[in-house]
Design a protein around this ligand. Structure first.
Ligand code: ADP
Length: 266
């Protein structure tokens, strides 16, 4: 590509979301339109992963450089400017869904609830990064235990009949806040002869109860958008909706909402 064909480099923007499980990047063109995006597993070195993501997106779009901003768990290791995931998710979701009033983000190691103001700014937020039993990590551990691929988990569990009856006592309640103890509760259910599908549905309900506490804490209202890699799980979206009494909509580009927000703020 000739130098004259290259876009004004400063006008391109790159957002990096260096999560605990997955590193995401979004490239915006000079008009602020999403040009490309990319995901890599979070490597041991966030710095290297960030460089790899940036190189991939810039080179495959013929862009020399871009203003960049990093968010996520490993953001401080990326070098350059950073901003919190809360701000980025709020920004990203409002761009994708201008009607958004609240956001639920569930990633590999944490969960966040955000209530947005009329201007799209963060009015209130609550975060759980202490207890993995309310995050994607628990789904991964449980899925592995029953040899179900994480992508197939929702299809395997389908619609949970127990979801339909809000307020009913959970038939197979998992109450531990720690994944290690929660896993031993799963062993206990298996020992009682509870089928895998029922145990896995119980895991979804347990996570739904935890994240509902966050949603209530911030006074979440509809339209509520679900972001993060875990938003791909429809069984969980329904479980959360049943638990909190709100319709939970999967955000477009759900796993990239944070990276998109970072790019918009770059
Ligand atoms: P983080 O930013 O913390 O790395 P992400 O928002 O990128 O987290 O989401 C990663 C999580 O999403 C992981 O726990 C992973 O298991 C989960 N995940 C990814 N794809 C799917 C899918 N198709 N169905 C359910 N969960 C998924």
């Amino acid at each position: 590509m000739k130098a004259s064909d290259r876009p004004a480099t400063d006008d391109w923007r790159l957002g990096l979301d260096l999560g605990s499980t997955a590193a995401k990047a979004v490239l915006l063109d000079p008009k602020g339109v999403i040009k490309d995006y990319c995901l890599l597993p979070s490597g041991a070195a966030a710095q290297d992963t960030a460089r790899q993501l940036a190189e991939t997106l810039l080179s495959r779009n013929g862009v020399v450089s871009a203003r960049r901003l990093a968010t996520g768990y490993g953001r401080s290791l990326a070098g350059g400017k950073t901003v919190t995931e809360i701000t980025c998710h709020a920004r990203g979701v409002r761009y994708l869904h201008p009607d958004a009033a609240s956001v639920l983000d569930i990633g590999g190691q944490d969960a966040k609830a955000i209530r947005l103001g009329a201007d799209g700014g963060v009015e209130d937020f609550a975060m759980n990064d202490r207890c993995a039993a309310g995050t994607g990590c628990f789904l991964e551990v449980a899925a592995r235990k029953f040899s179900v691929a994480i992508e197939d988990l929702s299809g395997f569990c389908g619609d949970d009949p127990a979801f339909a009856d809000a307020g009913k006592v959970d038939p197979f309640e998992i109450s531990s806040t720690c994944v290690v103890f929660a896993e031993s509760e799963l062993v206990g259910l298996a020992a009682r002869g509870v089928p895998a599908v029922e145990s896995l549905r119980a895991v979804h309900r347990a996570i739904a109860r935890r994240v509902t506490l966050l949603l209530k804490q911030v006074g979440a209202v509809e339209p509520l958008y679900f972001t993060g890699g875990v938003a791909a799980n429809q069984t969980l979206a329904k479980a959360v909706g049943n638990e909190c009494g709100l319709v939970v909509k999967r955000a477009d580009m759900a796993q990239f909402a944070g990276a998109l927000g970072a790019a918009l703020l770059a």
